[in-house]
Structures are given as structure tokens and as C-alpha cells.
Design a protein around this ligand. Sequence first.
Ligand code: SAM
Length: 336
Amino acid sequence: MNPWPLWAVCSLGGIICAVRFPAFLLQRLPSWLSRRLLALRASRFNFELKRATLRRYGVSFARHPLRATKYLLVDPEVDNFTYEIANEDELIDFVAMGVGRPRAVIEGYVQEVRTDPELNGMLRRQLRRRLDRKHKPHFGRRLGWYAIARALKPAVIVETGIHDGLGSVLLLRALHTNALEGKEGRLLSFDVNPKAGWLVDERVDVRWHPVFESTFLALEDALEGLEVGMIVHDSEHTYECEHFELMTAVSRAAPTLALVSDNAHATSSLRDVCGALGIQYRFFQERPRRHFYPGAGIGLGILQQELLAALAESIKTEPESIKTERESIETERVPR
Ligand SMILES: C[S@@+](CC[C@H](N)C(=O)[O-])C[C@H]1O[C@@H](n2cnc3c(N)ncnc32)[C@H](O)[C@@H]1O
């Protein structure tokens, strides 16, 4: 029997239900079904919001008819867009320079993700259960986070902003592989939304410590007594929030601390923190592939306590003649 007519009828029925279903009928449905219909209405069939989103990013139907129509009709994402990036090679260079490791090593880490059937299989299975999400994981710039975590093997990673948990899953996979190489670690993830992180299987991933509270309220206490080796800021994208989170991590820094901002295209917060600490700041601008979103940027700074201490010591004793030379070299300094 040809399945397509049935599929078409079901899809059309789904669309009509999701867009038109009256609230009083929704309440009478089993909760799993009403949840699904509400989710569909909030994403895939939220045409008003999608049109507003296209307008916000300057995508008109006249100039980009295919792209705009495809997004309006097919794409389920209305925020936190996922996509592949066209300049992955630049991302690899950026991480290699930032952490001071050969390019081939970083490329190898990225390949680990691409060729990991367990990780990709688990994510596809989870995503397929949601009609309001893409069914294939698109890691995009998060591959950079993974590579940094693999290169530096931090014992404590902090991630602010979980959303579905795509970044969390990837960071946990880095910790899992680090552990196989003898370096244990854990991930503390923060989000104000208690439903965030549904992609992570908490029963399996004992390295995950989610905190469902605002970082303004919870971060300082949660990090008490810990030495943070990596922080990824991806929560409230304001200068103040980013600055607060980064400086809290700095106050609990392990001997090496990777400061990562997923908001570096929008604020100068990490650049300012790096400037205040006297460490080099690097920036990567992603180019989304086949997506209207103009792309976000990753900022990266590596704080190394030993280097800072040595520098402070040498500054105390250095003669005036080399002070000027040091100051000009400092801006070019690459952490090892
Ligand atoms: C851009 S999304 C995070 C994306 C996620 N890192 C990923 O890999 O897909 C931002 C998230 O930050 C959360 N958030 C916003 N303000 C916050 C705050 N002050 N503290 C903790 N989480 C916050 C939001 O609920 C949202 O889920």
C-alpha cells in the first residue's frame, strides 16, 4: 500500500490541529498529546513569530523567496537556531591558536564528534521524539567548545544557559572521552528553565550537575570550593550577566581557566575581562551554512595563573628600560 496519502492526511490534520485547536478541546486531550500540539503551535506553526523573525534578520520574501518560504513552512526552530557552519576550518585554527596545540590535534577532536555513532545516534533518537525540533543535531560552533574541553581536559566545566542541552551533551562527551584518557571531570550547567536540558540522559550521565536557577542567584554558591577549568557563557546575553559569570569563574580559577563566551559578537564583556587580566583575547566569527541567521561569535581567553604570577613578579623588579618593551609585547603574548 502506498503510505503517502495517509502521511499527507496525518500531516494536514496535524497542521490544522496545531494551528486551530481550541483551548477547551486541548484541555480534554491526554496530556502527552496536548503538550505535542502546543509545542507544534509554538514553533513549527507559529507563522506570526516566524515572519517577525525573518523581518528581524532582514530576510524578505522578494529577495530570498526560497530561503524565506522554506523557513516559514518547514523549519521548526524559532530561537536558538541550529545549523552547520561554513568556516569550520577557521574554527579549528582559532581553537588551535587559543589553546596552543597543533591544528591536526584540534581537527582530530572535531572528527571524534563527527564519527561518534553513539553520540549521534542518541541525539537523533531524542530529537526525533520532538516535532518542534530539527531531527538531526547541528553542532555548529559548539564543536569549538568540545575541542577546547578535549585539549585542556578541565576537571570542572561551567556552562551557563542549557536550553535543549545540545552544548551540555557535547561537553559531557568531551568529559567522557577525557575520563577514558585518565582525566575525570564534571559539568555544572545553569538555566532558569527547569525543563531545560531534556537532551541529556541524566540517568546515564553522572558527570552532569544541572542547576535550575538564575546564575545571578546560584553561581557563586555552586562554585564554592571548586576550581573551574573552563566556563562557557551562553545564558542571558547582556554585558552585565556575562561579566558577572566570567568574573565569578575567575575568582574560582583552576591553574588553567578557559574563558569562553558564546556572545562575543554582541558584547565586549570577555574582551574587557581579558584586558583587565592582561591575557590575550581571541575572536571567531561563524558563518552559518544554509541559514538566514548572520552568525554568532566565540570569544576565548586562557588564564594561566603561573604566567600571571611570573609576570607580576618580573614587573616588580624590572628596570624602566624594558618596561616599555614588555608592554608592547604583552598584547601579542600567546598562552602556552
Ligand atoms: C542561548 S540558550 C543556551 C543554548 C545552549 N547553551 C546550547 O548549547 O544550545 C540561553 C539559555 O539561557 C537561559 N538563561 C537566560 N538567563 C539566564 C540566567 N540568568 N541564568 C541561567 N540561565 C539563563 C535561558 O533559559 C536559555 O535556555
